[in-house]
Design a protein around this ligand. Structure first.
Ligand SMILES: [Fe+2]
Ligand SMILES: [Fe+2]
Length: 209
């Protein structure tokens, strides 16, 4: 449970050290990204009743498998008994979240489900994400270096400070439109996550047009 913040995560001190060891072995550019988004997550956390240290641990953990090449991610996912869906089969880099979460669970004692899910789904999003998972997802997209990719970042940042769900709907909508326009695959978890947020926000049945 992470209701108590970072102190609610079993073995959090050891886990934080193990995550740090992994991050220290990553390429410099990736370390710089991780450190930038850790700062952003620390800043967002108090706006949503989250422990900044827990948010920081989520960010330090989120990309531990990001430097693993696609083919290796696929074989690792298989050997870790992770489900690989058809979209991930086509875009193996999407597996860096699931593989990272599972490596941390098996090798570094990540027992906390909230943290596990946050790392697992940080690329596509998922309907089951809790506050921590939503914050980790959004802080990752708010890296200033990603501005060319997400030019609406300033607006997203404003939304993320006030309402994580509104920020997620904004991101999912823009990202799905962009992926579709570019002829790329859209992971079903992103569509499901957007549907779940919209359905929760709009009471009653929506009449089809
Ligand atoms: Fe990532
Ligand atoms: Fe990232």
């Amino acid at each position: 449970m992470t209701g108590d913040g970072i102190t609610g995560v079993p073995g959090w001190k050891d886990l934080r050290n193990r995550v740090k060891q992994r991050v220290d072995r990553l390429p410099q550019g990736l370390q710089a990204h991780i450190n930038r988004v850790t700062g952003i997550a620390r800043e967002l956390a108090p706006h949503h009743g989250l422990d900044p240290e827990l948010a920081a641990l989520g960010m330090q953990a989120h990309d531990v498998a990001r430097a693993i090449p696609g083919p290796e991610l696929l074989s690792l996912a298989e050997s870790l008994n992770l489900t690989v869906d058809p979209v991930q089969l086509h875009v193996p880099l999407l597996l860096h979240g699931p593989v990272g979460a599972e490596l941390l669970r098996r090798e570094d004692g990540l027992d906390d489900d909230s943290l596990y899910q946050a790392v697992y789904w940080h690329t596509t999003g998922h309907p089951s994400l809790d506050q921590l998972g939503k914050l980790v997802f959004l802080a990752d997209k708010l890296d200033p270096q990603k501005l060319p990719r997400y030019p609406y970042q300033p607006h997203l940042r404003e939304l993320a400070l006030n309402d994580l769900d509104a920020a997620l709907v904004e991101f999912y909508t823009r990202e799905m439109v962009s992926l579709v326009r570019q002829g790329q695959l859209v992971h079903p978890a992103m569509l499901e996550a957007r549907n779940a947020l919209l359905a929760a926000a709009v009471p009653g049945p929506i009449e089809p047009g």
